[in-house]
Each structure stands twice: as structure tokens, then as C-alpha cells.
Write a protein that binds this ligand. Structure first.
Ligand code: NAD
Ligand code: ZN
Ligand code: ZN
Length: 349
């Protein structure tokens, strides 16, 4: 079968021929219906190296946002049928530590027993930018609810699950009368806007550099959109009676967006860093609002993926997608890098 593989750090992936996987006991092979192209893959191709920030390395097949149909079932696996549509929960931990037991393989505390600490398919192990995907444990599969097909589900497994988890963490801040800000209205950000609108009473402000991204955010339900420039923090303060935003979700993570988040945040608010743009935020007593909590978050939990899929099946969440054939997957990443994708690029093998 064909697979889009990252063969070395600091390089583009290559479309190559590899053996089709078959499941061993407890495993499942999924026929890939769709695999999303995440900006994190660009960080893998451009920024990562053996010096960090992850303990695993190429070669592996890209694609960590996957959905498809059960194709081949290993011995001992029950509860799934060949042909059944499923989403793949992407982070693959040990399965038994306290965090994995709660469905948070993202934060597996037993790295020696996890196949790729902090990673999964497309992140250290072979992912879904191929015709078939080997899923090493059946517990990573979440059946798709009625009305949701793999193409619509694939981007939700990361581009929606990640902001969903971050937004849930800030639920205490997102009361009626509150304001949430989404910085970066791309793949994750346009879904963050929809999740805020569907699950909270907060007013939503979206901030981006690109007019198309701001238009998408507005059509996704943002109450207000802003260009990301030196006036954005003041504009957010003006829109919130001078108080600042209660919860800010930075889906970029550069020096500039972190500074914007801190400058636009409210006393007692939350600033959640989701983007891995490599920026830093200097913190000193008077440089950030009192009791503004700054936190990073990584992906989400398995039960949260089921909740995200339910929101989508009920029409409350919809990923805007541009589809590419596997042959054009490298081009999809190049277009993402040039800022030419609105919503999510999805590869359909
Ligand atoms: P994307 O390219 O689809 O979207 C990024 C958006 O940010 C674009 O619309 C871009 O125009 C905008 N942007 C860039 N610079 C900006 C600035 N200075 N101000 C405002 N907007 C700006 O990317 P994506 O796939 O949505 O990923 C976003 C980030 O989140 C990436 O860094 C990615 O690696 C990271 N990510 C993190 C997690 C996690 O678990 N924490 C999960 C997935 C992705
Ligand atoms: Zn991702
Ligand atoms: Zn674990």
C-alpha cells in the first residue's frame, strides 16, 4: 500500500510503498477514510529534531487525525464488526496508569510501557496517511454515531478534540456575560469558536491575520472578529468594558500571540496555550493580570472524543474541509504552510 512517510526531521514527507499491516492479538486494522493535515505536522517537518521536544523520531507515516472503517480484527477483540465506521483516538499510552485509565493517554505516566511516550499513530508510530492504519489496541477506536461519516469525523479527532478539552477546563470562567477569545482561527480555531458557541454562554471574539480565517470564524459563530495586530489587545479590552477576556485560547503560541493573550486577559481569567509556535511569555509580578492562570494543554481525553463526535452528529460542530488525494498530500501541507487552507486540509487515501 502507499503511505506518506516522514523519513527524517527537517524534511518533507515522501509517498512510498510499504507493506499493508495486519493485526496481532488485541489490535485492529482500519481502512482509512480520511486523515487530517495538522499544523503540528509542519512543526515536525520544520522544527523538531533528535534534540527535542519529543522522545521519538522518524521514520513513521504521518496522519494523527484519523477515521475510517474497521477492516481486520485481531484475536481477542470483541465488540467491533468489519465495515463499522470508527474514529481513532490518537494518543496511545500504556492503557493502565492512572491517566490512561481515565481516558487521558495524552498524559500517560508509564512511558516505559507506552509505545511512543506522548505520541501515537502519525506521531512516532505509523499514522493514517496511508490506505490502512494499524491501531495497536481496540480501546483507541470510538464508533461513529449515526449520521457522521469518516470524512467529517477525522478532523474532529484533534482539531476539535484539542480545543474541546481546553474549553472544558475553563468552563468555570465561561459563564453568561463572559468573553472568550480564540487566537488563530485555522483548523483548531474555527472549531474552537463552534465549541464555545455550542457548549457555553460566552461571547466569542476571534483573532487572526487572514481575512478568510476571520470570515470563517464569523460564519462559525464568532460575535466579533479582529485582525491580529498591535491594536488587538486594546480592542478586546474595549469590547469587554475595559475588563479583558475571561478565557483566551491561543491556537498559535508565538511571542506575539502570548503577549496579546496576557495583555487582553482579565484578572482571575485563563490563558490557555494550545499552539506550539515556540514563543515564550515573560512573567513578573506586574506584567500579567492578577490571578490570570496560564496553562498549556495537549490534545484531549477519549471520553471527550465521544462527546465531540456527538456534538457533530447533532449538527452543532462542522469542520470546514478541503480534501486532497494521497498523491497531493505534500501539496496540502505546502498550502497549509503558505496560509492557503481555510479550515482543515483532509487527505482521503
Ligand atoms: P492552522 O495553520 O490551521 O491555523 C493557524 C491559524 O493561526 C491560521 O489561521 C493563521 O492565519 C493564524 N495565525 C498565525 N499567526 C497568527 C498571529 N500572529 N495572530 C493570529 N493568528 C495567527 O493550524 P492548526 O492546525 O489549527 O494548529 C494551530 C496550532 O496548534 C499549531 O501550532 C499546532 O501545532 C498546534 N496544535 C496543538 C495541539 C495541542 O494538543 N496543544 C493540537 C493540535 C495542534
Ligand atoms: Zn494535531
Ligand atoms: Zn499510561
Amino acid at each position: 500500500m502507499r503511505a506518506l512517510r516522514l523519513t527524517a526531521w527537517k524534511s518533507d514527507p515522501e509517498l512510498v510503498e510499504v507493506d499493508q499491516p495486519h493485526p496481532e492479538a488485541g489490535q485492529v486494522v482500519v481502512k482509512v477514510g480520511a486523515a487530517g493535515a495538522c499544523h503540528s505536522d509542519l512543526h515536525l517537518m520544520r522544527d523538531f529534531s533528535d534534540d527535542g521536544p519529543v522522545p521519538w523520531h522518524p521514520p513513521f507515516t504521518l496522519g494523527h487525525e484519523n477515521a475510517g472503517w474497521v477492516h481486520e480484527i485481531g484475536s481477542g477483540v470483541t465488540g467491533f464488526e468489519v465495515g463499522q465506521p470508527v474514529a481513532v483516538y490518537g494518543p496511545w499510552g500504556c492503557g493502565v496508569c492512572a491517566h490512561c485509565a481515565r481516558g487521558f493517554d495524552t498524559y500517560c505516566e508509564n512511558p516505559a510501557a507506552a509505545p511512543v511516550p506522548g505520541g501515537g499513530g502519525g506521531l512516532g508510530m505509523d499514522g493514517g496517511m496511508a490506505e490502512y492504519l494499524l491501531v495497536p489496541a481496540a480501546r483507541h477506536l470510538v464508533p461513529l454515531p449515526d449520521g457522521l461519516d469518516p470524512l467529517r469525523a477525522a478532523p474532529l479527532t484533534d482539531a476539535a478534540l484539542t480545543p474541546y478539552h481546553a474549553i472544558r477546563r475553563s468552563s468555570a470562567e465561561l459563564t453568561p456575560g463572559s468573553t472568550a477569545v480564540v487566537i488563530g482561527a485555522g483548523g483548531l480555531g474555527h472549531l474552537a469558536v463552534q465549541i464555545l458557541t455550542a457548549t457555553t454562554a460566552a461571547r466569542v471574539i476571534a483573532v487572526d491575520l487572514r481575512a478568510e480565517a476571520l470570515e470563517l470564524a464569523a460564519s462559525a459563530g464568532a460575535d466579533h472578529t479582529l485582525r491580529s495586530d498591535e491594536n488587538a489587545a486594546q480592542a478586546i479590552r474595549d469590547a469587554t468594558g475595559g475588563h479583558g477576556a475571561d478565557a483566551i485560547f491561543d491556537c498559535v503560541g508565538t511571542d506575539q500571540t502570548l503577549a496579546l493573550g496576557a495583555a487582553a486577559g482579565r484578572v482571575l481569567g485563563d490563558l490557555t496555550v494550545i499552539g506550539i509556535g515556540g514563543g515564550t511569555l515573560p512573567v513578573s509580578f506586574f506584567s500579567v493580570p492578577y490571578e490570570l492562570s496560564v496553562q498549556t494543554t495537549y490534545w484531549g481525553g477519549r471520553y471527550e472524543l465521544a462527546e465531540v463526535l456527538d456534538l457533530a452528529a447533532r449538527g452543532l460542530l462542522h469542520a470546514e474541509t478541503t480534501t486532497f488525494a494521497l498523491d497531493d498530500a505534500v501539496e496540502a501541507y505546502h498550502r497549509l504552510e503558505r496560509g492557503e487552507i481555510t479550515g482543515r486540509a483532509v487527505v482521503v487515501p
